[in-house]
Design a protein around this ligand. Structure first.
Ligand SMILES: NC(=O)C1=CN([C@@H]2O[C@H](COP(=O)(O)OP(=O)(O)OC[C@H]3O[C@@H](n4cnc5c(N)ncnc54)[C@H](O)[C@@H]3O)[C@@H](O)[C@H]2O)C=CC1
Ligand SMILES: C[N+](C)(C)CC(=O)CC(=O)[O-]
Length: 484
């Protein structure tokens, strides 16, 4: 059954939560008194629809239903997850929980997006304090997996575990912060970096752009994939972390930081920062900057998926959960669906549509899936045999854009002995986009020579080929390149 999330406060962060829940198949109810909230949420949703589904290599669940409500009461009734993202004012948040708890299900999770308050502060005058915890996300919530999950000592462990399960289910990484502190874990770092940056600007050492360059051309790239400690372990050379500390430990005593000394945000300093920021990025609208950010994040995250590392490994695990068991369908009287996914942002090119190289990637992925289905899986390959592609012919029939859901249907034209001849047809709904015809040879991975597969592959491959032999030969099969 579809579950319901209530989003209380639909600004930058509430909008991001609404988009993530919705695109992961939840129904979403929003309450926000701002008359502009509906427009703003739809704009965040547009960004999310264009970026999030393509991160996944499998289709996401069908989008849930989005509704806007005039009262908090109506929004929270029956909701399983209630995410509060109202402005960062303690008395406002506490008032909001009082109204929520009058009307919500006592078993619902009430989670706050607060950047800095501790859960025990939020629980202050609540009717059922144990129900409230912190789930602090990162902007854009629909793309970044991290959510700091902070319970207080009043929060039952079962409530924490259930919250973790729900957040994992919507593709997030719940980082359980075991002891509550102001600003949790990540905002402590951000605050430290922010303070140093303010000093560098105030003292005229660097501009906003130079500071951003110092991050994005260097350590920001390292942090995105290995974080701080794994990075510094490597920086210690073969002797690792101990040598790193030996070498750089003394800096702690040197004047390398002004952290404890906070610069006052005077009008002059604010003008200086805002002026430099305008000079750096004022030629772009916030929506343009959001899109650039999302394109970059999608590209980085998809790269990390390829390495199965850090956030990429998390996304792969989420895909595997969405995918479920991979097995041959019982009904082999029609072509097999080998790909069902959305075209990611980084698959498009200067012509504004899917680049030709990515058709081969999609068809290659479809072939990999077929190989897997007929028994040529990781274990089989590890045992010393696989398939190599010997010939490929792709026909482009219609264009397709980022964000479109595509499906590849695969017909086996021949599957006997060492020969596997497949014909893939790519569709967007009923529109045929491309075909890919591929001839593969089964090989011994030691000799690198063609050989017959053993029964683990030979039997299922022959079964599919026999069933597909009754299908009409697809239009375009065996075609050569020609001008119509
Ligand atoms: N902006 C950021 O980068 C991040 C913010 N947060 C946290 O998320 C929370 C919200 O921050 P933003 O989304 O940035 O603020 P925002 O100002 O963009 O949105 C707040 C929304 O709450 C609405 N609101 C005000 N009173 C309300 C009420 N009584 N009931 C329902 N809605 C109400 C406002 O109309 C507004 O749309 C804060 O606790 C903040 O610390 C967390 C992570 C990052
Ligand atoms: C600036 N901030 C404290 C609101 C930042 C966050 O809370 C997290 C983020 O998205 O950077």
């Amino acid at each position: 059954m579809t579950q319901t999330a209530a989003i209380i406060g639909g600004g930058v962060i509430g909008g991001g939560w609404a988009a993530r829940f919705l695109l992961m198949g939840w129904d979403v109810r929003v309450f926000d008194p701002d008359p502009d909230a509906t427009r703003k949420i739809h704009e965040v949703l547009d960004n999310a629809r264009r970026s999030l589904p393509g991160i996944s290599d499998v289709a996401l669940p069908d989008e849930g239903r989005l509704s806007f409500h005039d009262t908090m009461t109506e929004a929270v009734e029956g909701a399983v997850w209630i995410q509060e993202s109202v402005p960062e004012r303690l008395e406002l948040k506490r008032r909001v929980y009082q109204t929520i708890q009058e009307h919500c299900d006592p078993s619902a999770v009430i989670a706050s997006s607060t950047s800095g308050f501790k859960p025990s502060q939020l629980q202050g005058c609540a009717t059922r304090p144990a129900q409230i915890l912190v789930a602090h996300p990162f902007n854009p919530v629909y793309l970044l997996p991290l959510v700091e999950l902070v319970p207080s000592d009043q929060t039952p462990p079962a409530h924490v575990e259930r919250s973790k399960d729900i957040l994992t289910g919507i593709g997030m990484y719940p980082l359980h912060v075991r002891a509550e502190i102001d600003a949790h874990i990540a905002d402590r770092f951000l605050e430290a970096v922010w303070r140093e940056a303010l000093w560098l600007i105030k003292d005229g050492i660097a501009t906003t752009e130079e500071i951003d360059n110092a991050i994005r051309y260097g350590f920001g790239l390292r942090w995105a994939q290995m974080g701080l400690f794994e990075t510094y372990r490597i920086a210690g050379g073969e002797a690792g972390m101990r040598h790193f500390i030996e070498q750089f430990g003394p800096c702690l005593e040197w004047p390398w930081t002004k952290l404890m000394d906070v610069p006052t945000l005077t009008d002059d300093l604010i003008d200086k920062i805002a002026g430099q920021s305008d000079a750096q990025s004022g030629q772009y609208t916030i929506r343009q900057l959001e899109r650039a950010r999302d394109n970059n994040l999608v590209t980085i995250l998809r790269g990390l998926k390829g390495q199965d590392y850090g956030a990429g490994a998390l996304l792969n695990a989420h895909d595997a959960r969405l995918q479920g068991d991979i097995r041959l369908p019982d009904d082999l009287s029609k072509p097999i669906v080998t790909i069902d996914r959305v075209v990611p942002l980084d698959w498009t090119d200067y012509n504004g549509h899917m680049n030709e190289a990515k058709y081969l990637q999609a068809f290659g992925d479809a072939t990999d899936r077929l190989m897997w289905l007929v028994g040529c899986d990781a274990d089989y390959i590890a045992s010393g045999s696989s398939f190599f592609t010997a010939e490929t012919h792709i026909r482009h029939l219609d264009e397709v854009h980022a964000g479109t859901r595509i499906r590849v249907e695969t017909q086996v034209l021949q599957g006997t002995g060492k020969k596997l001849h497949v014909f893939h047809r790519m569709f967007a709904d009923t529109r045929e986009l491309a075909t890919g015809e591929h001839f593969l040879l089964h090989v011994n991975l030691e000799t690198r020579k063609a050989c017959d597969p053993d029964d683990r592959v030979a039997v299922p491959m022959a079964r599919v080929a026999a069933a597909h032999a009754d299908l009409p030969r697809p239009e375009g099969a065996g075609a050569a390149v020609g001008i119509r």
